[in-house]
Design a binder for this molecule. Structure first.
Ligand code: PRX
Length: 646
């Protein structure tokens, strides 16, 4: 596969798309030459309580400030629900497909309005006020969307913690944003297995004394421990309040949500998104990137615990009055036909998933896919990690029957919405390339010294100017925001990704250039895994890197030095894997642990990760400059004892 494989936009698709090639060129030019005019117009896609007169107020230098539409006021839940009631009150807003294939349910916009209003009143009744932080730790059930929207209705800031995170990770996130209210369920259900969410929340809250209430959705009916006075049943509370809750008037720059994400150093940081710009951007990208048309059924398979679930299961689709499918389960339960059967069952038109899911289903061959029709599909999407051309071709030919364009969407928790992507009716695709920037997005490729590289090139990916959906700060730590994103290449937003730009101006994301790894589309900081490992009483030192993994994209490779006198046994290896799962969650489990009598360090004691990455990737013929190593013998030992991915 080379850069030359090209899938042009089919004329019949361009003819009916929201944006064709000419419109893209014209709109893109306006968006970068006249951002005020362009976004001033686009902002009107929302209902504003008080219209904005200011559009953009941004400074990427010094202390960095980013404001969009900032003198306007609006309410997110009113935009996602109330304004649709007159025209589509009886249309399905959320289509729920349970883990168990026998369970599904359609929630109309009118029902959504009632649930969200009631839940908003439950929050108020229990002391949650505008600006307060509410932590949501729920499975993929409609109540997760109700909870998000209920927060927005009263101006509370939600912080969703993915249900796969451990009690400790949950606790850290509750404490960091000083959240007094937690919403969870008795248990989650994934692939037929129960996840003890309430029990995890109990452990977390034991270390988070600020929590006053835990609201519990009865989902599986499993037994739970109960703390009287603190714990509240969702179904009882919902009955005790009125179904009328007028939406709170919020400023465009009031915080909307916090979402914790991993960086190259330290603990996960609370990425803060605000109200107006975020929703304009989520709604616009959802409509234009997927070419969403009224009445279509749209399915994004992400979890609401990640940013993809925020922007492209809940906020973007509901702002556009779409029918959005929420799936509780996994692609392989009860068997590998599940995705394709759900597509047929609900006549899904737009399907958005992650390369890791595609690769794991591709292993099963064409057989299972071909047992299903998938005739309703019109557009396919990919997100979360680079998609390898082989997986792209399989997705295109086998899943989409060579009929559906694929939008390979590159973006990040920080960016709020999609930044680089094909538009269905405007941009031809090359397998493996995220292609071209969305409106208002100005990618620049820079070398390590920050020099801007022109034309066909490869380097670090930065964005030169702001777009409305970008994060505004790290919650409670603006200095960390400035340091993390604006100090490496001053005056530009640094993405942490490397990329290549080809002769046609197409962007190819090559992966992270920092100490963040991407495991099955889940983002993990190597420093977090290291600190979990060294917290084990037998571990003296640890260094963690990513390595190429056929299914997961990247796997987690840990070099561990034990305390003197500790024996490196198979049991201990298993114990350490279990330890990290318990400390952080299953997504952080090391795939390979190599015992390292010593780690390669410079004479000043800095671990040379570049070398560790090369050894893990089995590329020890190209270690690069090793002259600064304090003890070259360490490297020889590590190479000789490298673990195999067997
Ligand atoms: O490395 C890029 C990769 O995922 C990172 C962002 O992870 P997260 O904040 O968890 O958000 C994931 C969902 C938006 C990026 O820095 N990434 C995401 N999408 C792609 C991608 N890499 C290549 N191609 C993509 N389409």
């Amino acid at each position: 596969m080379t850069d030359n494989s090209f899938f042009p936009v089919k004329p019949e698709i361009a003819a009916t798309a929201h944006v064709n090639a000419d419109a893209y060129a014209r709109m893109y030019e306006q968006s970068v030459k006249d951002p005020e005019g362009f976004w001033g117009e686009q902002g009107k896609r929302l209902d504003w309580i008080k219209p904005y007169s200011k559009v953009k107020d941004v400074n990427f230098h010094d202390d960095v400030h980013i404001r969009w539409f900032h003198d306007g006021t609006l309410n997110v839940s009113a935009n996602c629900i109330d304004r649709h009631l007159a025209t589509r009150g009886d249309q399905t807003a959320i289509l729920f497909e349970g883990d168990d294939p026998g369970v599904s349910k359609a929630i109309t916009y009118r029902e959504l309005h009632e649930k969200v209003s009631r839940l908003a009143n439950v929050l108020k009744k229990n002391g949650v006020k505008k600006g307060d932080r509410v932590t949501i730790y729920l499975p993929m059930i409609p109540e997760a969307a109700y909870a998000m929207l209920a927060c927005t209705r009263i101006g509370a800031i939600h912080s969703i913690v993915f249900g796969g995170f451990s009690p400790d990770s949950l606790k850290d996130r509750i404490v960091d944003c000083d959240s007094h209210f937690v919403i969870t369920s008795d248990e989650g259900l994934r692939g037929g297995r129960k996840v003890p969410l309430k029990a995890n929340a109990d452990k977390a809250v034991a270390g988070a004394p600020m929590v006053k209430h835990v609201l519990v959705v009865k989902h599986t009916g499993g037994d739970v421990a109960w703390t009287a006075g603190r714990d509240l049943w969702y179904h009882e509370e919902m009955e005790s309040v009125s179904a009328d809750c007028p939406p709170e008037e919020m400023s465009a720059e009031d915080p909307l949500f916090i979402l914790y994400t991993s960086g190259s150093t330290g603990k996960p940081k609370g990425v803060l998104h605000t109200t107006g710009g975020y929703l304009v951007y989520a709604s616009m990208t959802h409509q234009y990137v997927f070419d969403y048309k009224d009445g279509e059924v749209y399915w994004c398979t992400a979890d609401v615990g990640w940013v993809t679930g925020h922007s492209y299961i809940v906020y973007g689709p509901l702002a556009n009055g779409a029918t959005t499918l929420m799936f509780e389960g996994i692609p392989t339960y009860p068997d590998v036909l599940r995705f394709w059967q759900v597509i047929d069952k609900h006549k899904v038109n737009i399907f958005y998933t992650a390369p890791t899911a595609i690769r794991s289903l591709m292993r099963e061959g064409e057989g299972p896919v071909k047992k299903t029709s998938r005739a309703s599909l019109r557009v396919l999407g990919s997100v979360g990690e680079p998609i390898n051309p082989e997986a792209w071709m399989w997705y295109y030919n086998v899943v989409g029957d060579a009929r559906c364009p694929i939008v390979d969407t590159w973006w990040q928790t920080e960016t709020g919405g999609i930044l680089i992507t094909p538009l269905v009716g405007a941009i031809g695709q090359k397998p493996g390339s995220a292609t071209k920037p969305f409106f208002g997005v100005q990618p620049v490729v820079v070398d390590n010294e920050g020099q801007i590289l022109e034309g066909e090139t490869e380097g670090n990916l930065c964005i030169a100017d702001a777009w409305p959906g970008m994060m505004r700060t790290v919650y409670g730590d603006h200095e960390r925001f400035v340091q993390t994103y604006f100090s490496t290449f001053p005056g530009k937003y640094f993405t942490g990704d490397g990329c290549r730009r080809d002769a046609d101006g197409y962007y190819w994301i090559t992966g992270r250039v920092d100490d963040v790894i991407n495991v099955s589309g889940h983002r993990m900081g190597t420093a977090e895994v290291e600190s979990a490992l060294v917290a084990h009483p037998k571990v003296a030192e640890a260094a963690v890197v990513g390595y190429p993994h056929d299914l997961k994209g990247q796997g987690i490779y840990a070099y561990v030095t034990l305390n003197a006198g500790e024996a490196p046994t198979e049991e201990l290896r298993k114990e350490l894997v279990a330890w990290v799962r318990k400390e952080i969650g299953p997504i952080a489990s090391p795939d390979l642990i190599q015992w390292a009598p010593g780690l390669p360090k410079t004479r000043s004691g800095k671990i040379m990760r570049r070398i560790l990455r090369k050894i893990a990737a089995n590329e020890h013929d190209s270690l690069g400059d090793t002259s600064t190593l304090a003890d070259p013998g360490v490297v020889t030992d590590l190479i000789d004892n490298r673990m195999n991915n067997a």
